[in-house]
Design a protein around this ligand. Structure first.
Ligand code: FAD
Ligand code: FES
Length: 368
């Protein structure tokens, strides 16, 4: 398998709002880079203490149709290390190390499809939705897209002009509904004021005559917004299989949620396998190699591997992006966070090593 690492040139910067910039990349040889709408790029930047390399996931706001370009859109997070470094220092002509696009929050365009796609996002959560939206509009001439996009006010809307242009270009196929929590100007007929909650979403879906139970839903934004959207869709009888979601930040109570739900297979036979987190040796298989190393109680499996200079794939280090996903072939693993995994993946024994701790002596994980 070819290396997942690439060095890309920054070829264009677009200031989207006062605190968000789109960074366009190309490979130096201008060859296209495989990606799917909804995937993310991992940027690797030397902005940690003492020049330590830091990784962060940024969803692609571009679509595969824009190859050889890839774009990400970064919003400044107050006090955040990488987002501030990028917004303050990134320049056209700079080279940035990345890990090739990854992620399972994807929409695959099908040219013959006739479907209704509903995208619900807030703030920087627009990025993967923008990629999906452009892909469906370009590649599925019979499909409809409704974007419900929540922001503080009119000035914080990322891609405002592009969305307006797309609405005109694809009149009748793209509908955009903005929701502003603190609007600067008086509301007009298509603007919704207040938080994007279940009532607002239900009203918009009804006004826009979305065939609710048949549509496909993609959610990306703060936990509260996504829970409200899920509650609205549940009221409309939308099957869970039609709803996909992605989080950029771990929910505050995520560790508690995952606690007591060890994920794993196989028998707990040894006396020391008492379900507590303690120093244990794990085996990780990756790209044909097998590694064995000890994981201390204060470490995740990924941290222990990195301490041993074992080069495993990772990005967010928060259990959100699935870059470090692996299948637990034996033993039990405790996950501090499971946002990135669906119930079906949990049942199949998938784990995220960046938030995983071995609970038994016989843990073997095959990293994807
Ligand atoms: C799959 C995935 C895709 C992502 N895509 C994008 C994207 O397209 N655009 C984008 O701007 N960001 C995106 N992010 C978030 C991004 O990876 C970083 O987490 C974000 O830029 C903050 O990094 P930082 O180094 O500036 O902050 P850090 O120094 O890591 O964090 C500082 C503090 O801010 C909090 N924080 C982190 N992210 C956010 C946030 N988004 N909102 C509020 N608080 C936050 C952290 O919990 C922490 O307390 C994505 C994350 C994931 C997991
Ligand atoms: S590195 Fe993102 S889920 Fe583990």
């Amino acid at each position: 398998m070819s290396s997942p690492y690439l060095t890309l040139n920054v070829v264009e910067l677009i200031q989207e709002t006062a605190d968000a910039v789109t960074i366009h990349f190309e490979r130096p040889d201008r060859q296209p880079i495989a990606s799917q709408p909804g995937q993310f790029l991992t940027l690797i930047l030397p902005c940690g203490p003492g020049g330590k390399k830091e990784r962060r996931a940024y969803s692609l706001s571009s679509t595969p149709g824009e190859a050889p370009r890839l774009a990400v859109t970064v919003k400044r997070v107050a006090g955040g290390l990488v987002s501030n470094y990028l917004l303050d220092t990134v320049r056209v002509g700079q080279q940035i190390d990345v890990m090739a696009p990854l992620g399972n929050f994807t929409l695959t365009p099908q040219s013959g499809a006739t479907r209704s796609v509903v995208l619900v996002g807030a703030g920087s959560g627009i990025t993967p939705l923008m990629s999906m939206l452009k892909a469906v509009l370009r590649e599925e001439p019979r499909s409809q897209v409704l974007l419900v996009y929540s922001n503080r006010n009119e000035d914080s809307v990322i891609f405002a002009r592009q969305l307006q242009q797309l609405e005109q270009q694809y009149a009748g196929r793209l509908q955009v509904e903005h929701v502003f929590s603190q609007p600067l100007r008086p509301a007009t007929e298509h603007k919704h004021t207040g938080r994007l909650n279940r009532t607002t979403l239900l009203r918009i879906l009804e006004q826009r005559q979305v065939p609710a139970a048949q549509a496909e839903y993609y959610l990306c934004g703060p936990e509260g917004m996504m829970l409200e959207a899920q509650a609205a869709l549940e009221l409309l009888g939308v099957p869970a299989s039609r709803i996909r979601r992605e989080s950029f930040v771990a929910a505050a109570d995520s560790a508690e949620t995952a606690a007591g739900q060890p994920n794993g297979h196989g028998d707990v036979s040894a006396a020391e396998d008492d379900g507590t987190i303690r120093t244990r040796t794990v085996t990780v298989q990756y790209e044909g190699a097998e590694y064995q190393f000890a994981v201390e109680p204060n470490q995740t499996i990924l941290e222990a591997a990195l301490d041993q200079d074992i080069d495993l794939p990772y990005s967010c280090q928060a259990g959100l992006c699935t870059a470090c996903r692996g299948k637990c072939l034996s033993g039990k693993v405790h996950l501090d966070e499971r946002e990135g995994l669906s119930d079906a993946e949990m049942k199949q024994g998938y784990v995220l090593i960046c938030v995983g701790h071995p609970l038994t002596h016989d843990v073997v994980i095959e990293v994807d």
